[in-house]
Ligand binder design. Structure first.
Ligand code: X2X
Length: 339
């Protein structure tokens, strides 16, 4: 492409009729009134980024350019712990932490990740779009963060390993498995007898490649887009945790938006979240075949031995105490008695 020199730019401008210069210039010069940064931890090809870009485009259009959202995917701005600090300080305006990750700040947010609680998506969305989700959003707002109403899907977490398939709870024994920076994940995998280590997602691929850990656990769409099949051999469909992303905003940045723009932004983000859920639903159906073709061996253990081991190790009793009776009752109201 020829470079545009100042002289050629002037020539182009002088070739335009005077009236169109006057209308063209302000448009070039005008910066958005509200210019926001949104950071996340996922590759660009994940549905979360595809739908977030659509939301950003829609917001720019519906606000007539007054609101601009720039997306920084794939841990470009640092890992989850850094982005969580930045969205609190205002260094970034939006962030999508997994429930597991935001729970380092808002402990009750991990409640959806209690092991083997949800058995399907009807239960998940019933709870997260209902009273349990409202309870968590309220807790998030106390940390001066705004959580949009609709949670985005990460998915049911599955276990991959370079060593052996996990067929039942006894195969977790001593397993060196990476988990997110999440007290609940550490507690659960210890309860199952594994040797979990917390690492940010930005470090997972290389930790598996260099054998710092042998295993990790993530939903299938992430195993695919982050190419974890390149450094893992077995994928066990344990469905042990349902995990989602809260779309959050820095509280001051959100409050600074006039009401009409808040409506535009919230509608676009919540609608995009609903579409993203549908993307993940479809991917969950197609991705097993893709992963097998890429060389992963898939097995499907049942939940019973894992649940029994967690019950015996006191996992449910401990977390019932940590989440408190109100949140626990909301969870059990959807999934039935756990402890
Ligand atoms: O770090 C992970 O494993 C991920 C990508 O699932 C989360 O964001 C919790």
């Amino acid at each position: 492409m020829p470079s545009i020199t100042r002289r050629s730019a002037l020539r182009t401008l002088s070739a335009l009729p005077a009236a169109s210069i006057v209308t063209a210039l302000p448009r070039i010069a005008r910066a958005a009134e509200f210019s926001y940064k949104y950071g996340n931890n996922l590759p660009l090809s994940h549905p979360l980024n595809i739908r977030a870009q659509e939301a950003a485009d829609r917001i720019a259009k519906e606000s007539n350019g007054r609101v601009e959202i720039k997306i920084f995917p794939n841990n470009q701005l640092g890992g989850d712990t850094d982005m969580l600090a930045q969205v609190r300080s205002g260094g970034i305006d939006f962030f999508t932490p997994s429930a597991l990750v935001i729970a380092t700040l808002v402990p009750v947010a991990a409640i959806n990740a209690v092991g083997f609680a949800f058995s399907d998506y009807n239960q998940v969305w019933g709870a997260m779009d209902g009273k349990l989700g409202a309870h968590v959003r309220d807790a998030i707002s106390k940390s001066r963060l705004y959580a949009f109403e609709k949670m985005w899907d990460n998915g049911f977490r599955q276990t991959t390993s370079s060593k052996a398939p996990v067929g039942s709870a006894k195969d977790m024994d001593g397993l060196k498995i990476r988990v997110p920076v999440s007290p609940l994940s550490i507690s659960m995998f210890k309860g199952l007898g594994a040797a979990p280590a917390s690492l940010q997602f930005s470090e997972v691929y290389s930790a598996l490649q260099t054998k710092i850990v042998d295993a990790q656990e993530n939903p299938l769409p992430i195993i695919q887009v982050a190419k974890l099949y390149e450094v893992q051999k077995f994928c066990s469909l344990t469905n042990h945790i349902w995990d989602g992303y809260w779309f959050i905003a820095n509280g001051r940045a959100w409050e600074a938006l006039p009401a009409d723009l808040k409506t535009i932004v919230a509608r676009a983000i919540n609608d995009a979240g609903m579409q993203q859920r549908e993307d993940i639903r479809k991917l969950n159906e197609s991705v097993v075949g893709d992963l097998q073709a890429k060389g992963l061996t898939i097995n499907r253990p049942t939940a019973d031995s894992f649940r029994a081991k967690l019950r015996d190790s006191g996992f449910y009793g401990e977390w019932k105490g940590r989440f408190g009776p109100e949140a626990w009752a909301l969870l059990e109201g959807t999934v039935g008695k756990l402890a």
